[in-house]
Design a binder for this molecule. Sequence first.
Ligand SMILES: NC(=O)c1ccc[n+]([C@@H]2O[C@H](COP(=O)([O-])OP(=O)(O)OC[C@H]3O[C@@H](n4cnc5c(N)ncnc54)[C@H](O)[C@@H]3O)[C@@H](O)[C@H]2O)c1
Length: 311
Amino acid sequence: MGRKKIALIGAGQIGGNLALLAAERELGDIVLYDIAAVEGMAKGKALDISQLLPVPGFDARITGTSSYDDVAGSAVCIITAGIPRKPGMSREDLLGTNLKIISDVAANLKRVCPEAFCIVVSNPLDAMVYAFKKLTGFPKHRVVGMAGVLDSARFRTFIAMELGVSVEDVQAFVLGGHGDDMVPLVRCCTAGGIPVSELLPKERIDAIVDRTRKGGGELVALYKTGSAYFAPAAACIAMAEAYLRDKKRVLPCAAYLEGEYGIQGCYFGVPVVIGAGGVERVLQLTLSEEERTLVAKSLQSVQKTVAETKL
Ligand SMILES: NC(=O)c1ccc[n+]([C@@H]2O[C@H](COP(=O)([O-])OP(=O)(O)OC[C@H]3O[C@@H](n4cnc5c(N)ncnc54)[C@H](O)[C@@H]3O)[C@@H](O)[C@H]2O)c1
């Protein structure tokens, strides 16, 4: 059996790191696509990473291109095409520009990769993944948004730093839209199976929740020229790998909801099972009244941005 093809649409900061991580995990052959004006960058990153692989000893064919012909037949498409935030911008400020870009990408992927599992990353995430699904007409199990894995990884990092323990032993997840009113679920956060509320005072947990919510902005303020890219790339790879290796991983992702959590016809961050069937299941848990209030606020923000897409 030949290697699967993985298309990375957008060969910028996240795209380049995706290529590196996917190659190092031998997930398949990789096509780095970007617009003609920066085709040299896509080709350059592909060549540079190809020349790295003999050192650790991994096999992957990596190509850079500005032609969708080379993308055709990919099993997985990860879409990072679009502009990132600069200091002072909200994710919603990207809507006008990135909606045009996502529309272009959707039209092309519908044509050349009608069977692919698609992971949308471009911001504002919940609206962009909604637009991509609507414009391609792909089924909901094959279109998912990346946000929760990243936001939960940030939450886990801060908890592990605070406790001075391994990140491996900290489990946590974040519910809701990919905005500053996302909902880190404190009661589901554990270190070695122990609820963190047993290990840390409430004010420290509150501070970590707040830092998690603003985690993207903290990076934008530090980088000044764009947003985070190492951790976002790793989060996408976890999702792509779960699909390609049929791992049935439980991951928080922006999934299209049709009644789950009382939400209808909208992408929203919830725990899902990802395996060979794509988004195979949405896992539902009973929320407390306080959590329901926070989720409702996050949903309102998502719906407002989606409405602005006028799709
Ligand atoms: N969902 C998340 O959790 C998350 C996290 C971080 C960043 N992001 C978002 O991901 C996106 C990419 O971030 P980045 O740091 O890689 O940005 P970047 O600017 O480094 O890369 C984006 C690339 O998209 C390309 N592009 C523009 N128009 C295109 C088109 N029509 N077709 C294909 N490619 C096109 C650009 O040429 C550029 O190379 C941004 O919108 C950013 O806000 C999302």
